[in-house]
Structure formats: structure tokens, C-alpha cells
Design a protein around this ligand. Sequence first.
Ligand code: NBP
Length: 477
Amino acid sequence: GTAQIGVTGLAVMGRNLARNLARHGFRVALHNRTNARTESLMHEHGDEGDFVPSESLTDFVASLAKPRAIIIMVKAGSATDAVIEELVPLLDEGDIVIDCGNAHFADTRRREHDLAERGLHFVGAGVSGGEEGALNGPSIMPGGSDEAYQKLGPIFESIAADVDGTPCCVHVGPDGAGHFVKMVHNGIEYADMQLIAEAYDLLRSGLDATPAEIADIFRDWNSGDLESFLIEITADVLAHIDAETGKPFLDVVRDQAEQKGTGRWTVQSALDLGVPITGIAEATFALSLSGHADQRKAAAKTFGDDGKAGTLGSDRDQFIEDVRKALYASKVVAYAQGFDQIRAGSDEYGWNIDRGAMATIWRGGCIIRARFLNRIVEAYDADPDLSSLLVAPYFAGAVSNGVNSWRRVVVAAAQAGIPTPAFSSSLAYFDGLRRTRLPAALIQGLRDNFGAHTYQRVDKEGSFHTMWGADKSEVPA
Ligand code: NBP
């Protein structure tokens, strides 16, 4: 065969990735379980580049030059395993199988291990940017071996988004590292969206501002530190008018958000790793709450929906500026926590992930692309072992500068009964992080009292236990 790379799985993502590859001059082999998808791609876009379509997987594999590079872009989970099982007997030693779907990193670790035993490379690559990104330049986060990346790197780097001449693709690390980082990226995306939603709610419920007015506020914010893809499209969504009713689009959409797998995975992994990613967790739980329509109805009936709309507007401009600063500070917390999780995962699984490089490849192509990622890159350039993004000079300054606004917003929200779980918990995290002494000493005392769990002292080494039920003397444990 002569094709340089193949794509199997030609739904929206695979189709656009294949077109992106072809537009960059690669000869692309095509396959999909249901041939109609392949035919429609050839029919609609066959003239965009050099495609080699095949109806059967055998012909598809035969159409590829060796060592083969095959991208799988199917529904994550058992479909990916099914395709791998069908594919592997047709391959030769040294071929590279690439999963660009949203796999769980643990599945990617397992698959990489299995295929390595069969002499094949397996690369789990996170791809962000939705269908638009897949076509015009996504952010790509490939894991897998150095050897596989040597061949794939130039291909991926040429189709990835580009920011100031730097491609939004880098070899993240071995086996599941790429999918792990993609997972954290999606968790941060959840936190970002929840923070934006809370800011909107504060302005709408607290100031009685209209969606169109709030769209203007977000547009204004997008010209400063907050500049990002999500802030930009927030203005578009807020300004949109429903054609059927003439009402703001937001007011005709159900307020129950879908909770997809990756946000949940991020929180589960953080619990396993012992990393407090409170922003992402609150965002995930806020979506869960939105989905419990019956419970919400019962509670609204019991307690009443709060009727304090418009009560926060005594100094309207000041409040808007406070919300902007609170949003920025909370966003810094969410990213700081996400990068902590990347470090913890990297340590746990031996991936040696360069966090600055992750911020670099998120600057374009992906959903969380934002101006402030440049600041994260600078922070890790200055200190690759940074203990927390929050203590890097730029972010420390931004948070210190915004902390009074942040407190005023959280207090005002609590008084007005406007739920701000992500704003509030991010502030609590910040206050907890900077405390020299936390009340955990009391918890140690309680655990020693009821379960003889022992404790350590601030003034000498070792573990100790107090004889709580007897004379309360202390004994070494
Ligand atoms: P879907 O996730 O909707 O999957 C549809 C594709 O999977 C079709 O090609 C389908 O073939 C194939 N497939 C299934 Br389902 N079961 C199969 C099986 N047992 N054997 C072979 N093929 C099978 O497609 P998508 O929305 O393009 O997403 C693809 C991947 O990219 C997913 O992992 C997704 O999580 C990830 N992703 C999506 C986005 C996004 O914005 N949509 C962004 C980033 C990542 P058929 O045509 O024969 O039914």
C-alpha cells in the first residue's frame, strides 16, 4: 500500500480529521464499519485531497504503507476494543495504532501494554477542539512510546493548531499520559464553564441585567485578561434570540446540563491521587444538581425560589467589576488545581510530564484556549517545579489584586441566595491553602480518641497516642 496514514471511524470527528490530514498533503486511507459514511465522505469531500477508501478492514490495512499508522476514531469504550481486536491480526510488527477517541487513560494503559506484547505500538492521543478543531487544527495530546512519536510527531504537528509558529501538539509522555492530560483538560473545561455560568447568574439574578446586556459585559471582558474562546462564545450564546419565540435563546433552553464521562473521570482520578480539585468537582456536581429536576421542583415548592432579583445593584459598575475579578481568581484556582493533578498523575504513573508544554499546546485549537495560558507557560518556564500556580508571581499578584472583590461577590451571593458553588469553593480553597494552621489537628485528636489512630506532634518526631479512656497520659505509638 501507499497511504501514509489511515483513519477508521468516520463520524464527525474522524471525517474531519481525515480531511485535515488530506488537506495537509497526506495520502489518507479511509474506513468505517458502515460503508455509507466512507461513501458520503468521498462524495462530499473526495476532491479535497488524496483519499484511498476501502470497504473492508483488510483492504484498508493493505492500502497503507509500512510501518502502518492507523487512527481509530470511534465511540470510546467497547467499540474501541472491538476495532482493535479486528485490526490487530491484520497488522505487522512495528505498525502503530492510534486511538484519538476520548478513552479513559487506564484503558489506554491496558491497550498499550497488550499491543506492546504483540509487537505493535499503541498511541492514545487526546484530541480537543470539537469537530471544528478536528478539521481546521485541533490541540493534540499524544501519549505512547518515543519511537512511535518519531513517526507520528511530524504528521500530528502539521495538522494541529498553530500559535505564533508553535504547533499545539507535543509528545506528552508514555502510554496513557496523553489521554490523562486530555481528561484533565476536559475537567478544567467543566470548571471554566461553571464559573462563567455563575458569573452570568450573578449578573442576571443579582442585577436584573438582560441576556443582551450581559452579552455586552462578556464582550468587554473578552478584551482583557479573561480573553478566551469560552468567554467569546458566551457572548454569542447570550446575545442569540430564538427565532420561533423571539425570546432570548437562554430562556427557551432547559436548564439541565448533560454530564459526560470525562468530567466525572477527572474527579474520580483526583480522589485516587489525593489532589483537591474542588473547582472541577463543584462544576461536575453542579451539573448533577441541574439534572435532578424532581428534587429541585420539590425544594422550590417547599422553600420558594428566591425573589431577591436585582438586589445587588446598589453600585452596578463596581459589582460587575467584582464579578469579573472573582471569575478570574476562581479560574486561576481551577487551572492551578488541574496542573496539580497533572503533576500527581505524572508522578504516580512515571510519565515525566512537562506542565509548561501542556499549557503551550492548549493555547490554540482546544476549547479552553485562552490568553492567560501564556502566563502559565511563563510561570513553568521560570520554575518547572512550581509548587502551585497560585504562588507564581503573576498569578499571586492577580489573586491578591482580586481577593476583596472575590469576597464581596461570595458574600453578596450568599445573602441574595444565588448559588455560586465554584466561586465559593475556589475562595475556600485559596483560604485553606494559605493558612499556616488548619483545623485538621482537631480531626487528628478525634480519630485518636475514637480509634487510636495516633498523631504526630509539632515539637518532636514520632507517633503518639493519648490514653483517652484512662488517665489521658500520652504514650509513644
Ligand atoms: P461517535 O462517538 O458518535 O462514534 C461513532 C463512530 O463509531 C462511527 O464511525 C461508528 O461506526 C463507530 N463505531 C461504533 Br459507535 N461502534 C463500533 C464498533 N463496534 N466497531 C466499529 N465502529 C464502531 O463519533 P464522534 O462524535 O466522531 O467521536 C469519535 C471519538 O472522538 C469519540 O471517542 C469521542 O469521544 C471523541 N471526541 C469527540 C469530540 C466531539 O466534539 N464530538 C471531541 C473530542 C473527542 P458506524 O458508522 O458503523 O456506526
